[in-house]
Design a protein around this ligand. Structure first.
Ligand SMILES: *Cc1c(COP(=O)(O)O)cnc(C)c1O
Length: 497
């Protein structure tokens, strides 16, 4: 399969696109043509998660052999990397709503689904591209990508990874997880700035010829672990397929029966993977993009205007504190009938003036399939509280944003007679403060003490992976200014052995 840029231009194969991440000129790689398949329940129902993965990955990474893909998925998804044998179990709340639990991986966030597989796809791509340089992965994180990428890449030969996170923009457990990361090829840097600052600085590095040359002179090339990379994005399709099969198996829906999905959204990678799953035949009726107070996407789906010139808020769902959502460009491409020229025009507006808008007809088409809404911090805490009180089910704040948004919508924007799956993107124990608030536990104590109390109150087991973090030493204490990211990277490259 060949890939092209959302903004037009030359074709590349999947291994080139995976290795390089971003297309020339700053566009994102998308398949030249989506695979023409119509997946059916009958062909999926007897497949394990690993077998489903093989089936999906083969469609998008045609340069790999069956054997290579099989090895990669078996290394990525097994009982050492995931604690649930279904990998992504479905929890039915009631007749209307289920949760797709995407948080049973090594770092307790949905990022593990993609980042357990991505390193294998990247290494295979490097080999096929006959690339001998060292790879330096640069990742900006709003909390969960960083840790999941670090776990995925730690101690892999000839690959190094540097993760940048906003100093005051992640939860205490997310920060602990990163600062205590093991591995001899990892570096973690807190920045005085927000996630968008980190993500833009990295984008500048990736598209700078001067930087490329500097790296090249040191026998290094850059790659990304953010969801702009196709090797990160497409593995996320698998859990939508698996979730559909599990919903049918549980008797919640019938084969071919449509369901809605509500996705807590930041960089738009998760929900976009669902959209592509639909294009492959999974019967998803409507996509709801759920935002926190940084509601740039919710506003877009309601008004057709995407305006990032607005205040940035640090919320209690930090992994969605994003105003410039990378994968949104890929969605636009499909929403605008695969018209690269129109994408180019709108993205140019966004990058120059901070705003883009679609016309009325385009918006109407978009709203047939997508809608957006937001919930603020208080509503999020209230959702955690009410679902816990009514169902004894503990949601993390991101999942709670999605649940709260579901509750807010009425039948004019979401058909509530259709079963709805809420994508549950993190384990609640990654976010002690809002959970403590919801349960009436003193939130000012040490986060581990809070978690002990939450565990005692709710009976939710303290996750083993967090016990490991609890018992490890802090290894990283870098804090730099956002303006110094590029110098930091240069020095890091110079010092690489
Ligand atoms: C990354 C993340 C999100 C946002 O996902 P996108 O693919 O960036 O839209 C939501 N919730 C959690 C817990 C996350 O880690």
């Amino acid at each position: 399969m060949n890939y092209k840029s959302t903004r037009g231009g030359e074709l590349q194969n999947s291994t080139f696109a995976t290795l390089h991440g971003l297309a020339n000129g700053g566009g994102l790689y998308i398949p030249e043509k989506l695979p023409e398949v119509k997946l059916t329940y009958d062909e999926l129902k007897n497949l394990s998660y690993q077998e489903l993965s093989e089936k999906i990955i083969k469609l998008f990474f045609t340069e790999f052999s069956d054997e290579e893909i099989k090895n990669a998925v078996n290394n990525a998804y097994n009982n050492t990397t995931f604690t649930d044998e279904n990998i992504v179990p479905v929890h039915k709340l009631n007749e209307k709503v289920s949760f797709g639990e995407l948080f049973h991986g090594r770092t307790l966030a949905f990022k593990d689904l993609a980042l357990s597989l991505f390193p294998y796809l990247l290494l295979l791509s490097k080999e096929k591209q006959k690339e001998n340089k060292k790879i330096l992965i640069l990742a900006a994180t709003s909390g969960d990508t960083g840790k999941a990428a670090l776990e995925g890449f730690k101690d892999i030969d000839r690959i190094n990874i540097v993760v940048f996170y906003p100093k005051n923009g992640v939860s205490p457990m997310q920060e602990e997880q990163m600062r205590k990361q093991l591995g001899n090829n990892v570096e973690i840097v807190a920045i005085n700035g927000n996630f968008d600052d980190a993500q833009s600085a990295i984008k500048v590095i990736f598209s700078s010829e001067e930087f490329k040359k500097y790296a090249n002179d040191h026998n290094v090339m850059f790659s990304s672990a953010n969801s702009i990379n196709i090797g990160r994005l497409f593995p996320q399709i698998i859990y939508y397929v698996s979730t559909y099969v599990n919903l049918v198996k549980a008797g919640t829906i019938k084969p071919n029966e449509e369901f809605n999905v509500v996705v807590p959204t930041g960089n738009f990678g998760n929900i976009l993977a669902g959209f592509i799953a639909k294009k492959l035949g999974i019967p998803i009726k409507k996509f709801i993009s759920a935002s926190n107070k940084n509601k740039v996407l919710a506003d877009f789906f309601q008004t057709g205007i995407y305006n990032k010139n607005r205040d940035f808020y640090a919320t209690n769902s930090p992994s969605m504190d994003i105003l410039l959502s990378s994968n949104f460009e890929r969605y636009l491409y499909y929403a605008l009938n695969e018209n690269s020229e129109r994408v180019n025009e709108l993205i140019t507006n966004l990058l120059s003036g901070g705003e883009l808008s679609v016309n009325e007809e385009e918006l109407k088409n978009i709203q047939n399939e997508f809608y957006g809404e937001f919930s603020n911090d208080d509503e999020t805490v209230n959702a955690i509280k009410s679902v816990y009180e009514n169902y004894h089910y503990l949601m993390d704040p991101h999942t709670a944003v999605a649940y709260s948004v579901y509750e807010k919508l009425d039948n004019s924007n979401l058909d509530k007679n259709t079963h709805t799956i809420i994508m549950s993107t993190a384990h609640p124990f990654k976010f002690p403060t809002p959970i403590a608030k919801a349960l009436g536990i003193d939130e000012t104590k040490n986060p581990y003490t809070i978690l002990d109390e939450i565990s005692e109150t709710t009976g939710v087991k303290f996750p083993e992976k967090l016990t490991e973090v609890r018992n490890s030493e802090i290894r990283f204490s870098n804090v730099i200014d956002k303006a110094d990211i590029q110098d930091f990277v240069k020095k890091y490259i110079k010092d690489l052995k």
